[in-house]
Ligand binder design. Sequence first.
Ligand code: SAH
Ligand code: SF4
Length: 375
Amino acid sequence: MNVKTASLTDLTDAQLTSLVLSMGEPEYRVKQLRNQIYRGLAFSFEEMTDLPLALRQALEKVTPLHSLKATHQVVGQDGTIKTLFTLVDGNTVESALMGYPQASGRQRNTVCISTQAGCAIGCPFCATGQQGFKRNLTRGEIIDQVLYFANYLKNQNHTAQEITDKTASTLSNIVFMGMGEPMSNYDALWPAIETLNSPDGFRMGARNITISTSGLVPQIKRLSSEKLQVGLAVSLHAADNALRDKLVPINRKYPLEELIPACKEYYRATGRRVSFEYVLFKGINDSLPRARALAQLLRGLACHVNLIPANNTGDRTYQPPSPQTILAFERELKLNHINATLRQPRGQDIDAGCGQLRSRFVSETGSRKKTLNKV
Ligand code: SAH
Ligand code: SF4
């Protein structure tokens, strides 16, 4: 690996150690360095004042600290922050930070992270899918999105109470629901997750990390056998193969007869309920018979269904149903004993050109004015 072209966060533990040792430094410097990156959230070598100047200068010569450049930032009416990052090769990806006030008065901050520039799956309702596939992100590019928002939160003005609570000032959840199919980039995604979870890394609990997938069965099986038990969300959107083949084209390769048993296996292996995302499209998958078919498909599977009204990406075919239709669908699922929650997309007003950076978790909107800033 040519360290000159990578960022420091791209390096494996072994690579980082050999780099530091090759600079004539003792091994404990590696720990200090990791501490600065993942706990101190340093964004320049200059800030790492506990490291010798000579080491900082030597590191700066061989590798940048981070790989991403935040080039634009938009704040939605509900406070969702969406950031556009430019990669070293000029490709761009977007990620979002969503704050959720809790009943306790505390706040939960979730980041929605991209794993690929573009996506090869090609779901027809998805803006990213329509852009086609550009490339996989590296582990460093995945990690750096998280560190960017963690650093952003840390540098906001917080009250003394918020700092003590470590709520508004820190990240509480990471969801891989941004651009791209995370499971198609498993080899970069998994080391990134390990670093984000590691006690020597960012220390995000596995319970607070969720991977969303269009349904790549071999990778779901691989996930089931991992020691680290992260959450699984499956983008279902249809309960029969004929419709799902059209909405989520990977279904032609891994149909429901394979997908649902893989989800059951994941539950057996991890004890974690699977989340199913069901985006409601007007006149396409929103009827009561379809709600009953969904309940039938999921019967006996420990799961939770998130119902999400389609976000309009400009394609007239894929519109959200009326509020009455949405509520009737939800009611029908519940009558059929399925745990379901209606989620309002977050950052809806700033979604244009992205198509998916939105929450799957709460349903409320705020009133902050939309702004567009170059950062
Ligand atoms: N590729 C993965 C993760 C990224 S997409 C996946 O498909 O699960 C994250 C979520 O956004 C998926 O559930 C996807 O179906 C949804 N999504 C994409 N376009 C959307 C739209 N126009 N309206 C509502 N949800 C959308
Ligand atoms: Fe890819 Fe997910 Fe969009 Fe489908 S919904 S095209 S899998 S990013």
